[in-house]
Design a protein around this ligand. Structure first.
Ligand code: CTP
Ligand code: MG
Length: 345
């Protein structure tokens, strides 16, 4: 059986979540679990002091990455070993399958130009080193022991070996998506939410849509100001966060919400979104109304929503459509609104 060391004993200080970043969930799974699954069929030496997965050989973490690697190398029984950052969950099976030899590492060419002072490097000669790295277990163990004796720290494994031994190192061309999750920008986490709301049109009520008091002979009936557009926007956000519906948050039998300005509802949803660490990527809303004409108000509605959600105006879309005189909406007895929102971590 092939062996891999998976490193998971860091603190994740640059990501600054307040806990080991490998516990953070992407695509519904903790990062460390996703990494483990990539190495199906391998004997896994798992280095961590606070994560204890099933079916692995648990190794104590060290104060530095190098110390963690050495702790594991001292336990590896197999002749050849892969060393992989637990924080690289996007590693593919195709790349892993190529990882074999005396000394190898996975890397990609930089896409940006790299300069040091006035010197510009030839991009074609440069490599961004990723993991897995590895090769002969005894070679890596010896190199790491020497580094420990010399009190030297390295940021990857091949540099430790090259510092002590003159070996041929094989470069395995990797994939750009095999990033090491290090800072917030590396968390590509999106949530989608949607909502549909409808209110009856009646006499002696103001018509308020997207925060605008629209002159019309009727208005929308509701416990609050009945702004269907604002309601669908707020509820779509709640939906993305799986926080239930609007009635759950603002019960319509609660007297304190009587005639409530619905901008407060939108702001509350925005607050919850922020608390969970998300912001609006974009939102697309639709108003279904036979009358009155919405066109003169659309731009201001977009501005109002953008302001409440603290997002650029260009990321907020509001559209309106009639119902071709069909059904209650088409007969002018009701107005409805639908919103779809995408949140980004
Ligand atoms: N690692 C480890 N032992 C350490 C330090 C790091 O096993 N003492 C592991 C991390 O868990 C990670 C990998 O080495 O999977 C790469 O390190 P890095 O991305 O630097 O992770 P952290 O050290 O956790 O993050 P930071 O440097 O931001 O604190
Ligand atoms: Mg680190």
């Amino acid at each position: 059986m092939k062996a891999v060391i998976i490193l998971a004993a860091g603190k994740g200080e640059r990501l600054n979540l307040g806990y080991n970043k490998l516990l953070y969930e992407i695509e519904g799974q903790p990062i460390y679990q996703k990494t483990i699954e990539a190495f199906k069929g391998y004997k896994i030496y798992f280095v961590s002091n606070d994560i204890f997965p099933e079916n692995v050989i648990q190794i104590k973490g060290g104060k530095t990455r190098g110390e963690s690697v050495l702790n594991a190398l001292m336990e590896v029984k197999e002749d050849e070993v892969l060393i992989h950052d637990g924080a690289r969950p996007y590693i593919s099976k195709e790349i892993i399958d190529k990882c074999t030899g005396e000394a190898f590492y996975v890397g990609v060419k930089p896409k940006d130009t790299i300069r040091r002072g006035k010197e510009t490097f030839n991009r074609d000669e440069l490599i961004l080193a990723q993991t897995p790295q590895g090769g002969k277990t005894s070679l890596f163990r010896e190199a790491y022991l020497k580094a420990k004796k010399d009190n030297l720290e390295f940021t990857d494994d091949i540099s430790v070996v090259l510092n002590y031994f003159d070996v041929d190192v094989k470069l395995i061309e990797g994939e750009y998506r095999n990033i090491k999750i290090t800072t917030k920008e590396d968390l590509n986490d999106y949530l989608i939410g949607q909502s549909w709301d409808v209110h009856r049109l009646v006499e002696n009520r103001k018509l308020i849509l997207g925060g605008i008091n629209i002159p019309y002979e009727k208005g929308l009936l509701g416990h609050s100001d009945a702004d269907v557009l604002y309601h669908s926007v707020a509820e779509a956000i709640l939906g993305a966060l799986a926080l239930g519906d609007l009635g759950h948050l603002f019960p319509d039998n609660d007297p304190q919400y009587k005639d409530l300005d619905s901008s407060i509802i939108v702001r509350k949803a925005a607050c919850l979104m922020k608390e969970k660490g998300y912001h609006i990527n974009n939102i697309d809303s639709l108003i279904f109304a036979e009358k009155p004409k919405m066109a003169p108000y659309i731009e201001q509605m977009r501005k109002n929503i953008a302001l409440l959600l603290e997002v650029d105006f260009s990321r907020v879309s509001v559209k309106a459509t009639t119902y071709e005189k069909l059904g209650e909406i088409g007969e002018g007895k009701a107005i409805a609104s639908q919103s779809i929102v995408m949140l980004k971590r």
